[in-house]
Design a protein around this ligand. Structure first.
Ligand code: MLC
Ligand code: AMP
Length: 502
């Protein structure tokens, strides 16, 4: 089939007057209208001289149009490169330069700041708002409602999603048509998605969870999505009686539990609640069942691998576990040399299958560090596996903080802190946070005789780091705890500052 991704997810719905999107104001978008909009964007994008394989970096607000740009990229063979809307222009600069993007698509209010970034990196700039405005909309105006789909194969690159690295800069995970499509098929089947499903969608669409897991599965099944701009508990509760499924990070579930309106009646129309991207506490799982009767289905994945494991649809959804390997995913728990550990022992999760990415964009040495020659990807997540295949994640080998489902690499924050006046060195750790799962604490050692101004530091970080990465608590200490090898003892810091947010 030419262009399997486009034809399967989007083209299959050509001419369909079924509802694809329910928008916050109550308006709806049919599949046919969505595809026509995507085709117009396809004309606009290719009219700029972009051709298959070119990278399109998008930092735009969630909207039907934003998703139509994703469809347009699939149809034209452009490589979709979504970016967190919280990233500062300094952060976007790196992604655009590293990916060699041909186009930067920005929200109109960030157009000026990103025009500079685009120009510096030899990219064009267009804008797209969440209200039908922006220069790309102007270009799409009056274009034909169909576009001749550009042939692509399973192995062709469909998207690049950047993930931060434990050392050095972020790496662009290259995802092929096959990676995305194979995972969407497995998930739609495993979770029994059909064209009668209505997914409550309040996740961002610049990450795997909201973009691929949620949207691709819905598209494949021909279902509908209630497409909300962000998590707002009032909106979730208002829309829930019209939905059949919801996907969220654990914060979605803890915030719902905090609301007395969460009752069996409210959730009576729902058939499935799914959680992922960060650990769901067994307690949250149990509380949710007690309050609603629904057993949250937890699954586990990564940007590089799409989804790897899932609790079952029928059968035992075990609190505190991420379920069993999905069909087509080989999973093993290994020591650092890649040898499987004894059953029940702790090791690193390694996975192989059509879901596993092609490698990191133009970083063969980083790819070789994480992807074994035999095709197994080393996730960096520590886990055990039960005799009947259930995986329990017990920690992370990688130095990673996950706050509200966003990944934060301490090294990047430490480098930003170390660059501040009066700072000799720093260490950044994640500690329990009741709302976000983990919260960021920055521990600073001052240069001799200096007294760093924490307000000045916080303001300065705002220029370089997205807000969600910035420490919610900063402390100054005389010295960092180190072991005999001189390595900073982060476990000790996590203990000392463990009650910062609780
Ligand atoms: C927002 N803020 C965060 C944050 N989100 N801080 C830390 N971590 C986060 N995740 C900050 C803002 O900068 C702001 O700071 C304040 O919190 C309120 O902002 P907000 O926009 O009103 O936040 P809110 O709507 O409450 O968002 C919280 C959230 C959201 C958890 C609902 O972050 C979210 O939707 N997360 C989902 C992330 C996701 O999709 N991850 C999937 C990755 S893919 P201030 O100080 O200015 O007020 C993946 C693979 C897989 O991991 O397996 O799925
Ligand atoms: P990302 O790089 O943003 O794709 O984040 C992937 C990481 O999120 C994984 O390597 C895990 O550490 C974590 N993760 C995803 N799902 C789960 C889950 N259900 N439980 C625990 N951690 C998870």
């Amino acid at each position: 089939m030419t262009n399997p991704l486009y034809n399967t997810l989007f083209g299959a719905h050509t001419g369909s007057d079924r509802t694809f999107l329910h928008l916050p104001d109550g308006a709806t978008v049919t599949y046919a209208a969505f595809l026509a909009r995507a085709a117009r964007f396809a004309h606009a994008l290719t009219g700029l001289g972009l051709t298959a394989g070119d990278r399109v970096a998008v930092q735009i607000d969630k909207s039907a149009d934003a998703l139509a740009v994703y469809a347009a990229c699939a149809q034209t063979g452009l490589v979709f490169l979504p970016l967190n809307t919280a990233y500062t222009p300094a952060e976007v600069d790196y992604f655009v330069g590293n990916a060699g993007a041909g186009l930067v698509l920005a929200t109109p209010n960030k157009g000026a700041a990103l025009a500079e970034v685009a120009a510096k990196n030899g990219a064009q700039l267009q804008t797209l708002g969440d209200d039908g405005t922006g220069t790309l909309c102007d270009l799409a105006e009056g274009q034909p409602a169909t576009y001749p789909t550009v042939p692509r194969t399973h192995g062709d690159l469909a998207a690049i999603l950047y993930t931060s690295g434990t050392t050095g800069r972020s790496k662009g995970a290259m995802l092929s048509q096959k990676n995305l499509l194979s995972n969407a098929r497995v998930l739609a089947d495993h979770w029994r998605f059909t064209d009668t499903d209505v997914l409550l969608h309040a996740l961002p669409i610049f990450h795997t969870h909201g973009l691929f897991v949620a949207s691709n599965v819905t598209l494949l099944a021909g279902g509908a999505m209630i497409f909300l701009p962000k998590l707002d508990v009032d909106a979730l509760i208002g829309w829930m009686p019209k939905a059949t499924t919801m996907m969220g990070v654990p914060t979605f579930y803890t915030r719902l539990l905090d609301d007395p309106r969460l009752t069996p009646d409210l959730t009576a129309h729902m058939r499935l609640f799914i959680s992922g991207s960060a650990p769901l506490l067994a307690e949250t799982h149990r509380d949710f069942t007690a309050r609603t009767g629904h057993r949250i289905l937890e699954r586990y994945g990564m940007t590089e691998t799409n989804m790897n494991t899932s609790n079952p649809y029928d059968g035992d959804r075990r609190p505190g576990t991420v379920g069993q390997p999905l069909p087509g995913v080989e999973l093993r728990i290994c020591d650092s040399a890649g040898n499987p550990v004894q059953p029940g022992d702790i090791g690193t999760i390694e996975v192989r299958g059509d879901n596993v990415f092609l490698g990191y964009w133009q970083m063969p040495e980083k790819t070789a560090e994480d992807l074994r020659p035999n095709g197994f990807f080393i996730t960096g997540d520590l886990a055990t596996q039960s005799d009947d295949g259930y995986v329990t994640i017990v920690g992370r080998g990688k130095d990673l903080i996950i706050a509200g489902g966003y990944n934060i690499y301490p090294k990047e924050v430490e480098e930003a802190l170390d660059a501040q006046p009066g700072v000799l060195e720093s260490a950044v750790v994640g500690v329990p946070h009741p709302d976000l799962g983990e919260g960021v604490v920055g521990v600073i050692v001052a240069q001799p005789g200096q007294n760093p101004d924490l307000d000045v530091i916080t303001a300065a970080l705002g220029q370089t780091l997205a807000r969600f990465k910035q420490p919610r608590r900063l402390v100054v200490v005389d010295a960092l705890p180190r072991n005999t090898m001189g390595k900073v003892q982060k476990a000790e810091l996590r203990k000392t500052y463990g009650d910062s947010f609780t």
